[in-house]
Unconditional design. Structure first.
Length: 248
């Protein structure tokens, strides 16, 4: 189990009860454990572990209310205990390098483009991935008549998903940002793609965050990234070419 998931697991089992356990980190942990995670609406998630145990949790939404309340922590703790999962349960972690997660990837996912930020040391590399298939036409895929082609559901742009996946391969930790529900949520489409083709990469996802504003600038997205990656030891300033140096 990756170090960031082990830290989330310890937080869930902390005594006294620990506040500030991020909903996005919990969702990433559950997926890394092989669980099915389904949004039930009204800020609720249904979690079903591979052995069949399941529960639902109410969590905060968006950037400003991302934490589990006490009831959700206890529900999840009980679910994990039923499955024999505790901070000591997963296999021993391999030795980890000291300091930061060395290569941290932030993906702001959308059907029309994905902004990728690779944070390594004190620099940020930025790239933009564009779909070349149906998703690259500019159609509004949230409406059924735009998704259907000759009476059939429009195919997913597998090449686009493969290229996003390829960007994850070299990263030690990945943060997914986006918005939407169902087929309109590129985060969920990517997770389904990973479950089918690259389950080994699910464990690298450190958080799945909803950002309601698709037009957020690079600075705002990196500020969200700092909230998730900034608590690593020995952190250094994050520098974007052309921007002033800010705290990491």
């Amino acid at each position: 189990m990756e170090r960031h998931h082990r830290a989330t697991l310890r937080a869930l089992f902390a005594h006294p009860l620990q506040h500030g356990v991020r909903g996005s980190a919990v969702e990433a942990l559950c997926r890394a454990l092989g669980a099915e995670v389904e949004s039930l609406g009204d800020h609720r998630l249904r979690i079903r572990l591979p052995a069949g145990q399941e529960t639902w949790l109410r969590i905060g939404s968006g950037v400003h209310h991302p934490d589990l309340d006490a009831d959700a922590v206890l529900r999840l703790r009980h679910l994990l205990e039923e499955a024999g999962i505790t901070p000591d349960h997963p296999e021993a972690e391999p030795p980890q390098p000291r300091g930061d997660i060395s290569r941290r990837l932030v993906l702001h996912l959308d059907h029309h483009e994905t902004r990728a930020f690779l944070l390594e040391g004190d620099t940020v590399e930025r790239a933009v991935l564009h779909p070349h298939g149906l998703w690259g036409t500019g159609e509004n895929l949230t409406h059924r008549h735009d998704r259907d082609v000759a009476g059939q559901r429009a195919p997913r742009d597998s090449d686009y998903l493969r290229r996003i996946t390829a960007a994850m391969v070299e990263a030690d930790g990945v943060l997914l940002l986006g918005h939407g529900t169902g087929e309109s949520d590129m985060r969920q489409l990517l997770l389904h793609h990973l479950e089918s083709h690259r389950r080994d990469l699910l464990g690298r996802i450190v958080g799945i965050v909803t950002v309601d504003e698709s037009a957020l600038g690079d600075g705002a997205l990196l500020a969200i990234a700092r909230e998730h990656f900034g608590n690593q030891p020995h952190r250094r300033p994050v520098v974007v070419p052309g921007q002033a140096v800010g705290p990491g």
